[in-house]
Design a protein around this ligand. Structure first.
Ligand code: NAP
Ligand code: MG
Length: 477
């Protein structure tokens, strides 16, 4: 039997320009934070990548003051057409440094280079290009004749798409004339601090963007700071609820983008091979660390066996391993903590009686990895059908009629996204209307575009990011 040898990716780790240490970015400069430094690791090897200085509560105050000054003296009064130039410059610089950012993101997060290179980094640049276009057209956004910025935005982002979530938050805030204090996640702070260098390169006025690495307590300090006008949070529903309680009764505006448990619904008339690709993309993209992941497959009963057979074959061809290898489909789980959570939920699937299939692909013996897993015979009451696993684990349920598909799809406290696979246009429209989900994809999955608003219902949060609607979250209309 011949053994395939794949060539290494041209994206060598030298391109990441990894530095031994990184520091918080306040008022246009890198400063020594007063918090305990943290170590960011490469989850694929467990090696320390760099030491990162963190913020203390007093640094939060300094950053908010800098953002307030920049807002009232420079950024708020600046004409939109001038602000746009900075956003265009930032977008171009992200493109210029895209290989560096992609390799650094894969090192720090564990995601495959083909995803950071072809998805995260270009989409981050696209968000700045898109919002640059809005900066001088806000009077025509349908939000009143002269909408005003809110002021200083506190922004807290998770570890699953570090640079992309930063772009989703910072681009609309800046385009609308707000200034920003942003906290990246503890396990993935590095690309946010390279983004801070990009702000310097773009000669963005000091204080417009401030980046404060730190743990959850620094997120809480930002949320509680009296001089913040708006909080934008992406992360777990648990922390989202906490933040909502803290903000209640204050004048602060709030948007929350939280978890999900999306249904990906496949009807018997769907093009099955195409659906299999969509299912794979829906749950195995980014190791399943995706809030809108299609983690519940709802298959029509008459085709479930055929679909599962095709799916298992396809998943068994996926390669798991070195995130910097361009042939890798599934990289590393972001942290030991997340790996433990995935294992615990998978064990609950076993003990509650679902049937587990695990891809026979070889798994590296170092680093945090989890082989792609498909559970069939899943009941709606099982934890693997109700809770967000946030890993490469798919739960398969079945249905007979469209009405049953809708009931099962909506049987979740979440409501972020859903997928529909069918040849019938009328059924797509009917289903999309019935599904309580912020985004519904038809005959595709996990498509992102800065022009399309994204956000959830119920425990998936509220407010929209992207598109014209997304501007509303940063404007007083
Ligand atoms: P998380 O705890 O909600 O973290 C999200 C962000 O909030 C991080 O920057 C975190 O800082 C910060 N944070 C933590 N506690 C905070 C507090 N009390 N006040 C303000 N900010 C706070 O989420 P996680 O622990 O990374 O992941 C847990 C689960 O959340 C996942 O398993 C998944 O189910 C879900 N999740 C959803 C999304 C999404 O895109 N919707 C993204 C990530 C995770 P630290 O990094 O220091 O903890
Ligand atoms: Mg890391």
């Amino acid at each position: 039997m011949s053994v395939w040898e794949y060539a290494p990716a041209p994206e060598s780790r030298d391109i990441a320009n990894l530095k031994p240490s990184y520091r918080p970015f306040v008022n246009g400069e890198f400063t020594d934070g007063n918090g305990e430094p943290l170590k960011s690791i490469n989850p694929a090897t467990e090696e320390v990548l760099a030491e990162v200085g963190t913020a203390s509560p007093s640094d939060v105050d300094t950053a908010v003051k800098a953002a307030r000054r920049a807002y009232s003296r420079v950024w708020g009064p600046m004409p939109g057409a001038e602000r746009a130039k900075y956003l265009f410059r930032i977008a171009r610089l992200i493109q210029e440094r895209s290989r560096e950012l992609a390799v650094l993101e894969s090192l720090d997060n564990g995601k495959p280079i083909k995803e950071s290179r072809d998805s995260d980094v270009p989409t981050a640049a696209a968000h700045f290009f898109y919002h640059a276009g809005w900066a001088d057209k806000l009077d025509y956004a349908g939000l009143g004749p002269d909408p005003k910025p809110l002021g200083v935005a506190g922004q807290i982002i998770p570890w699953n798409f570090p640079l992309l979530m930063l772009a989703w938050k910072i681009a609309p805030a800046l385009a609308t004339g707000n200034t920003v204090v942003l906290k990246p996640a503890e396990t993935t702070p590095l690309t946010a601090l390279v983004f801070a260098e990009i702000c310097q390169q773009a000669e963005l006025p000091p204080g417009v963007v401030n980046i404060l690495p730190g743990a959850g307590d620094i997120g809480r300090e930002i949320v509680e700071h009296a001089d913040i006008d708006k909080i934008a949070f992406t992360g777990s529903s648990e922390v989202g609820k906490l933040i909502q309680r803290q903000v209640a009764g204050t004048r602060k505006r709030l948007t929350l983008e939280l978890g999900g448990k999306a249904a990906n619904v496949v009807f018997s008339d769907a093009a099955l091979d195409q659906a299999v690709e969509g299912i794979v993309n829906g749950i195995f993209f980014n190791q399943g660390h995706v809030c809108c992941a299609g983690s519940r497959l709802l298959a029509q009963e008459s085709i479930v066996d055929e679909l599962l057979e095709k799916l298992r074959y396809r998943v068994s061809t996926m390669r798991i391993g070195d995130p910097l290898d361009k042939n890798t489909d599934i990289g590393a789980i972001n942290s030991q903590e997340q790996l433990t959570k995935i294992r615990e939920l998978v064990e609950s699937g076993d003990s509650e009686g679902a049937q587990r299939w695990t891809s026979p692909c070889p798994v590296p013996d170092r680093g945090f990895f989890f082989a792609p897993t498909v559970f069939s015979h899943v009941e709606q009451s099982m934890r693997i059908a109700r809770e967000e696993i946030f890993g490469p684990v798919l739960s398969v349920l079945t249905f007979r009629t469209p009405a049953e598909a809708v009931t099962k799809a909506n049987n979740t406290p979440y409501g972020l996204s859903a997928g529909i696979w069918t040849e019938k246009g009328s059924r797509i429209l009917w289903m999309a209307n019935q599904l309580r989900a912020g985004v519904v994809w038809a005959n595709t999955f996990n498509r992102f575009d800065p022009a399309a608003p994204f956000g959830g219902y119920r425990e998936s949060g509220f407010g929209r990011e992207g598109g014209r609607t997304g501007l509303e979250a940063y404007l007083d209309a």
